[in-house]
Design a protein around this ligand. Structure first.
Ligand code: SPD
Length: 365
């Protein structure tokens, strides 16, 4: 090879290596809830953008918050629930979004944007809604019938009345490990405001939990999906889409276990999970590309079809499978929505009371 040819080859090799090094450098760190994305969403984004994604998962707001408040979490995109988002905004954890980098923002549902904005982020400056859902009762009708004599659950009575849950103890009942979501279940059942700061009401809620505690198999916020699907437990109080995923997993595993999901007639908690960028995110450009990618209706519809939570993207709704968008357990009708309560942002002192109470409830003492 002539010298000129060699030089050209060396130059193009160097060019290729630099491009490769940049692709390797261009890494986006995402921290999302477990079981909350379609299997190919990340691969699609990586292929389209050339950005490598490190995707980690959590199953409680408390875990995410501990990382964010400690600072330097290393994440570029995170998904807090809107009640936690509100206080994290106050703590200066997030950066304001530059909407000019999010042209797909237009696909979001304006009513939902306004609702979550009014509740936790005035003007939607810091985050947009990803998915939302309800906190209800997933159950195995056959096992519940054998233990309790009924195969349809429509009330919190089944798990909050000590005599009922005691009968279910043998087949296994689990609850979410989340004071901010579980203590309001008892407050609501007792007829108190779900965001009560009243020490007497909170003590009554704690007493109710302590009465049913001996019949509870465990507290966990993600394990119940496989345990219900495998028939290891018969009742789980959990997130709507997760309990719907348990149904699907049971079907795929041969349909021996049949499952149902109930939003109790007394009403239930609802939550909104939001997409935000921490203030100290290192790969801002990639964070915006990922957010804008997520804001595409086709992408959000694919995620909803997989995880069975309704999303915040209005343009995605017609693209969601009809058996999902038409399923009242997943997309509750207006009369059921009217009975839902939002999980509130609590003052720090009440939050501490709830955390202490929860430790006591879990230990059963
Ligand atoms: N597997 C995904 C569950 C998402 C639940 N988000 C919870 C919100 C809590 N307020």
């Amino acid at each position: 090879m002539k010298t000129f040819g060699k030089t050209l080859l060396a130059l193009s090799m160097a060019g290729l290596m630099t491009a490769h090094a940049h692709a390797a450098d261009n890494v986006l760190h995402v921290y999302n809830w477990s079981d909350y994305i379609a299997p190919d969403t990340i691969a699609k984004f990586e292929k389209e953008s050339g950005i490598k994604v490190v995707y980690d998962v959590f199953d409680s707001n408390e875990t995410l918050e501990a990382k964010l408040l400690a600072g330097k979490s290393g994440y570029d995109v995170v998904v807090p629930s809107n009640n936690f988002l509100a206080k994290q905004i106050k703590a200066g954890v997030y950066q304001e979004l530059d909407r000019s980098k999010l042209p797909n923002w237009k696909n979001l549902d304006p009513d939902l944007l306004k609702a979550v904005g009014d509740a936790s982020d005035k003007g939607n400056k810091f985050a947009f809604p990803y998915m939302w859902g309800t906190i209800g009762i997933g159950y195995n009708p056959e096992k519940v019938k054998a233990a309790l004599g009924v195969d349809k659950i429509d009330s919190w009575d089944v798990v909050l009345k000590p005599e009922n849950i005691a009968k279910l103890k043998s087949c296994g009942v689990s609850f979410l490990d989340s004071p901010t979501e579980m203590i309001p279940v008892a407050l609501h059942y007792l007829g108190y405001p779900t965001a009560s700061e009243d020490k007497k009401q909170l003590a009554e809620a704690e007493a109710l939990w302590l009465k049913i505690r001996p019949s509870i198999a465990y507290f966990h916020s993600s394990k119940y999906i496989s345990d219900l699907a495998n028939g290891n437990i018969c009742v789980a109080i959990g997130y709507s889409g997760d309990l719907e995923q348990a149904k699907e997993r049971a079907k795929e595993a041969g349909d021996k276990v049949k499952l149902s999901y109930a939003i109790p007639k007394e009403g239930a908690g609802s939550f909104y999970d939001m997409v935000a960028i921490p203030k100290d995110a290192e790969n801002l450009e990639a964070a915006y590309k990922f957010m804008n990618f997520l804001l595409q209706p086709e992408i959000m519809a694919e995620i909803t079809n997989e995880v069975r939570f309704p999303n915040g993207n209005k343009a995605a709704t017609p693209l969601v499978d009809k058996d999902i968008s038409g399923d009242p357990s997943i997309y509750p009708p207006a009369d059921v929505v009217a009975k839902l309560y939002a999980i509130s942002d609590l003052p720090a002192a009440t939050q501490r009371l709830l955390t202490r109470s929860w430790t006591k409830i879990k230990s059963g003492k």
